[in-house]
Design a protein around this ligand. Structure first.
Ligand SMILES: Cc1cc2nc3c(=O)[nH]c(=O)nc-3n(C[C@H](O)[C@H](O)[C@H](O)COP(=O)(O)OP(=O)(O)OC[C@H]3O[C@@H](n4cnc5c(N)ncnc54)[C@H](O)[C@@H]3O)c2cc1C
Length: 477
C-alpha cells in the first residue's frame, strides 16, 4: 500500500510552514508535526511579562519577510497578515551627537552621514537600483548567478569584513556605525569575511521597504501561513515532538525544519554514517541573552529621533561594536555589548495596554552561556536613554539554555540556524550540490540551517519543497 500522505514536515517555523504551503499548492498532501503546543517557531507572540503586554518571543523586525520572493507572492493578507512600517528602519544612537537613522530614502539617510554623504550614495545607490534582482539572487540557493555583474557590485564589497569595508569606504564614524550595526546581525566577528554582506543586505532592504513589523505580533506571519495551508487542505498537529522515525506517520517524503543535530538523531537509521557525522560537525556559533520589558511609557531616548524606528542598534561606534562581537567569539562577555533592541508597541498600539509599551533587546553571548546579562543590557540602554530603568514595570529574561529549551533549533542559544561564514554560507548543513537533499532520496532539510540561512523569509522552506516536489513527481516505487 502506498502511504496516504505525500509529505510530513517536522516543525512549524516559517520555513517548515513555507515548505508545507509550497507542497500543498502543488497538490501534495501534507501534514506538519510541531513539538510545541503552538505553531510558529521563531515567530511566536505571548504575554511574557504582565497581562495585556504582548511580546514577540523571538523575531520582530521583518525586512526579509516583506521582501521574500516567496512569502511576498502568497495571499497572506487574506489570512490576517498586515505589515506595519514605522517612519524609519533603524535608529543607531551615538554618544554626544544625533542618532543615525536608516530611512527609506537614500538621500535622506546619506544627508545625515556627513562626511560620507556621497560615499554612502555611491555604495548603496547601484544596489538599490537593481534591488529586485539582487534580493532574488541573495535569497536563492547557491547557483550560477543570473545577473553576475549586478551581483558582483554587491558581492565584491560584501566579501570583505565589515571593519575593512567600513574603514576604507567611509571616513566618518556615523556611516561606519550604521554599517557595523547592520553587519552585526550576522553574529560573525566583524573582522571576518562576508560580515559586510549582511550589513549591505540589511541597508539595501531598508532602502527598498522600511523594515516592517507584523500587526499584533510576529505570530501573525505563521498564523497566516498556517491559515493558507489549511485552506489548501494541509494539516497541522501540535504537541507532537518527533524524536525518532517511529514518531512519523508513513509518507513518501519527510522534510525537517530542524537543526542538523536533530536530523542526525531522528533519521540516523536511514542516513549514511558519513553524512550523519558531517551533520554532527555543523557549527552553530554564539548564542544570545534576551530581555523582554513591560514599560510604563516609551523609552526616553536622548535623541527623540530614535522613536521613529521599531529597531534600535545599541553599541556606539564601529570600533566598539567590532570589539564587543570579537569578545563574544573569544568566549567573553563584553561590558558594553552590541545590542539589538525593538520597541514595536510604538507603532502597534494593540501590543500593550493604553499608554504602556513593550520592548525587547538581546546581546550575543558565548554558546551555552548562562550568565545573567540583565544589568549590562539595561546599563547600555541607559547610556542612550537615561531614566529608562524607571519605566520598567516587569521583565522576562531568556539565557541560551532557556532559548534551547523553548525551541530545540536554538542550539546553544544560537538563533539563526548556525554560523554563516564562508565555510557554511552556501554549504549548510553539509556540502552537497543540493543542500536541501540528503543521501536518502526521501529525506530533506528545510530549516534556517540551509541556504540562505537565518531570518524570517521562508526561502529555505520554499527551496527544500521545490526539491521534494521533484522527488514526488518521480514514479512511486
Ligand atoms: C530571540 C530571537 C530574535 C530573532 N529576531 C529576528 C528578527 O527580528 N527578524 C528575523 O527575520 N529573524 C529573527 N530571528 C530568527 C528567526 O526567528 C529564525 O531564523 C527563523 O524563525 C527560522 O525559521 P525556521 O522555520 O528555520 O525554524 P524555527 O523558527 O526555529 O522553527 C522550528 C520549529 O520546529 C519545531 N521543532 C524543532 N524540532 C522539532 C522536532 N524534533 N519535532 C517537532 N517539531 C520540532 C520547533 O518547536 C519550532 O517550532 C530571531 C530569532 C530569535 C530566537
Amino acid at each position: 500500500m502506498p502511504p496516504s500522505l505525500d509529505a510530513v514536515v517536522v516543525g512549524s517555523g516559517p520555513n517548515g510552514l513555507a515548505a508545507a504551503v509550497e507542497l500543498a499548492r502543488n497538490g501534495a498532501s501534507v501534514l506538519v508535526l510541531e513539538a510545541a503546543a503552538t505553531i510558529g517557531g521563531g515567530t511566536r507572540t505571548a504575554e511574557l511579562t504582565l497581562p495585556g503586554f504582548r511580546h514577540d518571543v523571538c523575531s520582530t523586525g521583518h525586512p526579509l519577510a516583506i521582501l521574500s520572493p516567496y512569502l511576498s507572492k502568497l495571499p497572506l493578507a487574506e489570512h490576517g497578515l498586515t505589515w506595519i512600517q514605522p517612519p524609519a528602519s533603524v535608529a543607531h544612537p551615538l554618544d554626544g551627537q544625533p542618532a543615525v537613522i536608516l530611512r527609506k530614502s537614500i538621500d535622506a539617510t546619506a544627508a545625515e552621514l556627513r562626511p560620507d554623504t556621497a560615499a554612502y550614495r555611491r555604495l548603496l545607490g547601484p544596489l538599490v537600483h537593481h534591488a529586485d534582482d539582487l534580493i532574488a539572487e541573495i535569497l536563492g540557493p547557491a547557483h550560477l548567478p543570473r545577473h553576475p555583474l549586478r551581483l558582483a557590485r554587491f558581492g565584491m564589497p560584501g566579501l570583505l569584513p565589515a571593519t575593512v569595508l567600513g574603514r576604507t569606504w567611509f571616513r566618518g564614524e556615523r556611516a561606519r556605525a550604521l554599517l557595523a550595526g547592520c553587519a552585526a546581525h550576522s553574529i560573525l566577528p566583524l573582522t571576518r569575511p562576508v560580515s559586510a554582506a549582511v550589513g549591505l543586505l540589511f541597508l539595501l532592504a531598508g532602502h527598498v521597504e522600511t523594515w516592517p513589523i507584523a500587526q499584533g505580533g510576529s505570530s501573525a506571519i505563521t498564523s497566516a501561513l498556517a491559515g493558507y495551508l489549511l485552506s489548501l487542505g494541509g494539516q497541522i498537529e501540535t504537541g507532537k515532538p518527533v524524536r525518532a522515525l517511529a514518531d512519523l506517520p508513513a509518507s513518501r517524503v519527510v522534510l525537517f525544519d530542524t537543526s542538523p543535530n536533530q536530523l542526525a538523531t531522528v533519521a540516523e537509521p536511514v542516513l549514511p554514517h558519513d553524512y550523519v557525522r558531517r551533520l554532527r560537525r555543523y557549527r552553530y556559533g554564539p548564542g544570545i541573552f534576551k530581555i523582554d520589558w513591560a514599560l510604563d511609557g516609551p523609552i526616553p531616548w536622548t535623541d527623540p529621533a530614535c522613536l521613529d524606528s521599531a529597531t534600535v542598534h545599541l553599541g556606539g561606534t564601529l570600533d566598539e561594536i567590532a570589539s564587543s562581537e570579537a569578545d563574544v567569539w573569544r568566549d567573553r562577555h563584553p561590558e558594553r555589548p552590541f545590542m539589538l533592541l525593538v520597541q514595536s508597541s510604538l507603532f502597534d498600539a494593540g501590543r500593550a495596554p493604553a499608554g504602556k509599551h513593550t520592548g525587547w533587546a538581546y546581546c550575543h553571548v558565548p554558546a551555552g552561556s548562562t550568565v545573567d546579562r540583565t544589568d549590562v543590557l539595561e546599563r547600555q540602554v541607559e547610556r542612550f536613554a537615561p531614566g529608562f530603568r524607571d519605566r520598567i514595570l516587569a521583565r522576562h529574561v531568556m539565557n541560551t539554555a532557556d532559548l534551547e529549551e523553548y525551541n530545540a533549533n536554538n542550539v546553544g542559544g544560537a538563533i539563526t540556524g548556525g554560523v554563516t561564514d564562508l565555510g557554511q554560507l552556501f554549504t549548510r548543513p553539509v556540502a552537497r550540490a543540493n543542500p536541501y537533499s540528503t543521501p536518502n532520496p526521501d529525506v530533506f532539510i528545510c530549516s534556517a540551517s540551509t541556504p540562505p540561512g537565518g531570518g524570517v523569509h521562508g526561502m529555505c522552506g520554499y527551496h527544500a519543497a521545490r526539491t521534494a516536489l521533484r522527488r514526488l513527481a518521480a514514479p512511486a516505487v
